[in-house]
Design a protein. Structure first.
Length: 442
């Protein structure tokens, strides 16, 4: 038995029961979904997951940024159980419930914008992105949307069109939605810089789509799937200026950056400008499916009644969880916690960068941090297979990690913000051991 403080491995990984389930999985579950690691969850608490073989892992992925309050936070569990006893569903467009209004009030008050605000809730991030675009189109009476190189906005047709990664997301899935235009996103490690990216965007108004045809510019304050690339302040200010000049709706996709991850409640709080619409999902409801659009009232209210909707928009159980999540943020001061977790992680990652030339870059805001692995620090050639090897080595040692980046060569940390100092230190130690082990074979 390999044992550290929290991680406890009782069998080889995968264990016998896990292997048996994964055998059955191949005969029952669609192949495109079989991309996960060799681990089958039985229970999860805080920053740990115990598998069906009784092995306990530390979770640095949090369901891909969904569990900022940790697995099964007692407050969330209690709120969900209480709501389950009351009612599950009415369809909000048929019968209203107070939870919807309460979350709209509370999130509206927290949103990184001034003036009157309105909110609408949905299910997945992709759905909220599409609804933000619908609202922008109805408000501006224009069609075009500008999204960025390396963006990830979801997998439904319009959001997938806005997403910018061919394999595995887009390959074979065209034709895509019309009227989506792509501009460069600044990247301090690989270029372009903010000025060049903004100039290219302005040039697009002459070469691709006139500015007065553009309904929305949609961007991530820090790109997530694209490789944890923070938007420079100069760039975000430039986007705001262009939107103001041309009457374009500025949409911040905060699906991954929201709910404290970047050391602020919303990633946009790092900048001196306000978005018009904010898209939220992932950590909003502590693990239950919920998403939303929060925005300036004049935009949100300019659509006709019934223009947006859906059977499951804002499920009451998920809304109850979301309200509990906001309570947890207040009671446990998780935004401040994200700052201290972030500096501990960054410090370790910077050490790795100074020790190993293959750790080409360390970047991110708050506790939304990643390393970018390269074959050679001069050429910066992406080392995707090295990143895969690190993730595999980490899992064998009891730590769940996940890659990111258009080249698949970044490893990100999205651990619960409720993680203890001891767990964080233990997880970073395992991350470091996995890096060292993978580098031996590189
Ligand atoms: C920034 C961003 N937008 C949108 C989405 C899509 O969210 P969902 O997977 O809930 O549809 C994601 C998912 O990773 C995301 O990171």
């Amino acid at each position: 038995m390999v044992a550290t403080k929290t991680i406890e491995l009782r069998t080889e990984i995968p264990g016998p029961r896990t292997r048996e389930i994964l055998e059955r999985e191949r005969r029952a579950v669609a192949r495109p979904l079989l991309v996960h690691g060799p681990i089958v969850a039985a229970e999860a608490r805080g920053a740990t997951i115990t598998d069906v073989d009784g092995n306990t892992f530390l979770d640095f992925v949090g369901g891909v940024g969904v569990l900022n309050v940790g697995h099964n936070h007692p407050r969330v569990v209690q709120a969900v159980s209480a709501q389950v006893e009351r009612f599950f569903h009415t369809d909000y467009t048929v019968i209203a419930y107070e939870l919807y209004v309460e979350l709209a009030e509370r999130l509206g008050a927290l949103a990184p914008m001034t003036g009157e605000r309105r909110s609408g809730f949905f299910n997945a991030g992709t759905e909220a992105v599409e609804n933000a675009v619908k609202l922008a189109r109805l408000h501006t009476r224009r069609h075009a949307v500008i999204a960025f190189d390396g963006a990830f906005h979801g997998r439904t047709l319009l959001a997938l069109t806005m997403t910018s990664r061919t394999h595995p997301y887009k390959t074979g899935l065209g034709p895509f939605a019309p009227e989506v235009y792509r501009a460069p996103f600044p990247n301090a490690y690989r270029g372009p810089d903010a000025k060049t990216a903004l100039a290219a965007l302005e040039r697009m108004f002459a070469t691709h789509v006139p500015a007065n045809h553009v309904a929305a510019i949609v961007f991530e304050p820090q790109q997530g799937e694209g490789g944890f690339i923070p938007a420079p302040a100069e760039f975000v200010e430039g986007l705001r200026r262009l939107c103001d000049e041309h009457g374009i709706v500025l949409v911040a996709d905060e699906v991954q950056t929201g709910f404290g991850r970047t050391g602020r409640m919303f990633g946009m709080e790092h900048f001196d400008v306000e978005p018009d619409l904010v898209v939220v999902a992932k950590s909003i409801a502590g693990g239950l499916p919920l998403s939303g659009v929060i925005g300036r009232a004049e935009i949100m209210d300019s659509a006709h009644e019934g223009a947006i909707g859906g059977t499951f928009i804002g499920n009451p159980v998920a809304l109850a969880a979301a309200i509990a999540v906001l309570d947890v943020f207040e009671e446990e001061d998780l935004v401040a916690r994200a700052v201290s977790i972030g500096s501990a992680i960054r410090e370790r990652m910077l050490e790795w960068r100074s020790r190993w030339a293959q750790v080409g870059d360390v970047r991110g805001l708050g506790a939304m941090l990643a390393i970018e692995l390269v074959r050679d620090s001069e050429t910066r050639e992406p080392a995707a297979e090295l990143a895969t090897a690190v993730v595999d080595e980490a899992l064998q040692r009891g730590l769940v990690l996940l890659k990111a980046g258009v080249y698949g060569n970044c490893i990100r940390v999205l651990c619960p913000l409720t993680i203890s100092d001891g767990e964080l230190d233990e997880g970073l130690g395992v991350f470091e051991d996995a890096l060292a082990a993978a580098l031996v074979y590189a």
